[in-house]
Ligand binder design. Structure first.
Ligand code: SF4
Length: 76
């Protein structure tokens, strides 16, 4: 589960495996952050802390996932 700081707030980035259909749109938006398991056809985010410069691409990946499976949740 990746983490990223956006506008001074920390967020975690995760994929809901109950919704993901393995379309790989997320990989196109954020190569190196998401990976789709060939066996399960489910995407997962890296465990890394992401460069804040990726914030726009992260939001794009969330918006463009056709299954609305990508969660960007603020860490309290
Ligand atoms: S874009 Fe959404 S549905 Fe497609 S692989 Fe990524 S998380 Fe899964």
């Amino acid at each position: 589960m990746a983490q990223i700081e956006i506008d001074g707030e920390r967020y975690r980035l995760a994929v809901d495996h109950d919704l993901c259909m393995g379309t790989r749109v997320c990989i196109a938006r954020l190569p190196g952050v998401f990976d789709v398991d060939d066996d399960t056809n489910l995407s997962s985010a890296t465990d890394d802390v992401l460069d804040p410069a990726l914030a726009a691409a992260v939001r794009e990946a969330v918006d463009d996932c056709p299954q609305e499976a990508i969660r960007l949740e603020r860490i309290a």
